[in-house]
Design a protein around this ligand. Structure first.
Ligand SMILES: Cc1cc2nc3c(=O)[nH]c(=O)nc-3n(C[C@H](O)[C@H](O)[C@H](O)COP(=O)(O)OP(=O)(O)OC[C@H]3O[C@@H](n4cnc5c(N)ncnc54)[C@H](O)[C@@H]3O)c2cc1C
Length: 484
């Protein structure tokens, strides 16, 4: 009997757990360790954040699903990995601290034969003074944050209706943030909500971003064909903002958020401040800050994880400068080079480098989007890792399954509005996520799989995805037919 432990029950961890149990059956143990009792379909937090969807529609309790499927769920936060075991443990083990009501902080040691780290991002609000809901800005990264943000938005709209003018600032709260697609989508939804409320003319909407140009989205921008002509995501996003009267401040690193004022530095080295009435600024991400120890109890965290706390996998971390970066630097199997029974999936794996061109201000401040690992790649990587583990458990002598981000596509669909015909979406697809300039010398990506479109089709698609992914995550009949 093999024991698979999965840390995290988000997009990657939950996908891994359901597939692993389905493929391994009842003869092997699948254990999930994750601090939250609920699963959250994070992409739909955007709609919660503008008051278009209640929290209850984006979360559900994990325990009943895991019970039904025979998955052992520990509501706990992993804090340590001991890949070599110890005198008391013949196998590797994880130390986890309970987050269950009444048992908070109780530690347990959970042995494993295989471990998948799917701990996603730690929302690092602390990187910028005053950033985040416990400081002076808002967020939509969790369902609770999004709910709070929607209340602030509703109050702001009431104040505008009562005669005030307001400035809304949306974007990234640090020079190294990722998830610009989410900030873009919230901006789009905010604009839509303000128009719907009839107050857009009294509201200034500013998009404050670490991207050097609009349409970068942390993937170095896109080149695609639209109505037979090649265009760029830069032109596309610029025209999108121009049509909606949204101003953009580019190449910005937020240095501090005070009540009603955000301070930022720009790529040219200049420093500015911008007053606001409402600010939704995403945090930068770190790894979950797990510690790793060898058999003797020596701290080996800096060997197992990168400095940002993400697990090192089968990537080339020694490519050096931007000019050396190649698609093949990116991982394929997501296996730890130190321990062949440890893997990482989703945001938890350490990318070899950014996808966007790195940029630094004359003051030495890094202002470059970190590489996104969005939902679709996170799920696909998790499934490939599970297939590798299942092969090994079953003694199939096949090579590890591969899911390189240089060979998979992703979609970013920013959808606003809830009505069937009255909504709209800006939809982008890209293939591959990480451009391969050797394979596609002029565009970095395959034009057949890379597109941008604004209209109703993407709007319906996004709503369909919401329904399908929740269905799948609840492990309803034939859930596995729905692709990642
Ligand atoms: C507002 C927003 C909108 C987004 N919209 C989209 C979108 O439209 N499309 C898209 O593709 N992607 C979108 N994304 C990105 C998408 O949510 C992520 O790519 C995806 O959630 C990553 O999956 P993950 O499993 O790596 O991390 P997560 O889904 O964040 O899961 C991480 C899990 O690990 C758990 N965890 C954390 N620390 C520990 C620990 N120490 N021990 C055990 N467990 C731990 C967490 O509780 C969580 O369950 C959006 C992100 C945000 C923030």
């Amino acid at each position: 009997m093999a024991k698979l432990v999965i840390l995290g029950a988000g997009v990657a961890g939950h996908t891994a757990a359901l597939h692993a149990k389905r493929m391994l059956g009842s003869h092997h143990d699948v254990i999930v360790v994750s601090p939250n009792s609920n699963w959250n379909w994070i992409p739909s937090n955007i709609w919660v954040g503008v008051g278009k969807m209640p929290v209850s529609k984006v979360v559900f309790p994990l325990a009943p699903v895991y019970k039904k499927k025979g998955i052992d769920f520990h509501q706990a936060r992993a804090v340590e990995i001991h890949p070599e075991g110890s005198d008391a443990h013949q196998r590797g083990y994880v130390v986890a601290e309970s987050t269950k009501a009444g048992q908070e902080g109780t530690r347990e040691e959970i042995e494993y034969d295989y471990l998948i780290n799917c701990t996603g991002p730690k929302l690092n609000f602390g990187a910028t003074e005053g950033l985040g809901p416990e400081g002076n800005s808002l967020s939509v990264c969790t369902s609770a944050h999004a709910e709070e943000t929607s209340k602030h938005l509703a109050a702001a709209i009431e104040r505008i209706k009562a005669g005030e003018k307001m400035r809304f600032v949306v974007g990234t709260g640090h020079g190294t943030c990722t998830c610009e697609g989410a900030a873009f989508e919230y901006t789009f939804n905010l604009d839509f909500a303000l128009r719907e409320a009839g107050v857009r003319d009294k509201a200034e909407v500013v998009y404050l971003t670490n991207e050097a140009q609009l349409g970068d989205f942390g993937v170095g921008g896109l080149i695609f064909t639209q109505q037979g002509f090649q265009t760029t995501s830069k032109l596309w996003t610029e025209s999108f903002f121009r049509e909606r009267g949204i101003q953009a401040i580019l190449g910005a690193h937020c240095t501090k958020v005070e009540p009603g004022v955000v301070h930022y530095e720009q790529l040219d080295g200049s420093f500015h401040e911008l007053s606001f009435d409402f600010a939704m600024l995403l945090p930068p991400f770190r790894g979950a800050d797990l510690k790793a120890y060898d058999r003797e109890g020596n701290d080996i965290s800096d060997k197992v994880f990168n400095p940002a706390g993400f697990l090192k996998v089968d990537a080339n971390y020694a490519a050096g400068g931007y000019e050396n970066w190649r698609a093949e630097d990116w991982p394929k199997t997501y296996q730890s080079p130190m321990y062949d029974n440890i893997f990482a999936a989703g945001i938890a794996f350490a990318p070899p480098h950014q996808i966007s061109q790195p940029r630094t201000s004359p003051n030495g401040t890094v202002i470059t989007p970190a590489p996104p690992r969005t939902g679709m790649p996170s799920g696909m990587i998790a499934k490939a890792v599970v297939q590798t583990i299942v092969d090994r458990v079953k003694g199939v002598g096949a090579p590890a399954h591969e899911a390189p981000m240089t060979g998979m596509g992703a979609a970013c669909v920013a959808s606003a509005g809830m009505s069937f015909l009255g909504g709209s979406a800006a939809a982008m697809t890209m293939h591959p996520v990480v451009p391969d300039w050797q394979k596609y010398p002029n565009t970095g990506r395959d034009l057949k799989g890379t597109s941008g479109e604004i209209g109703l089709a993407g709007h319906w698609m996004k709503h369909l995805l919401h329904v399908l992914f929740l269905y799948k995550a609840k492990a309803r009949p034939f859930w596995w037919i729905i692709p990642e």
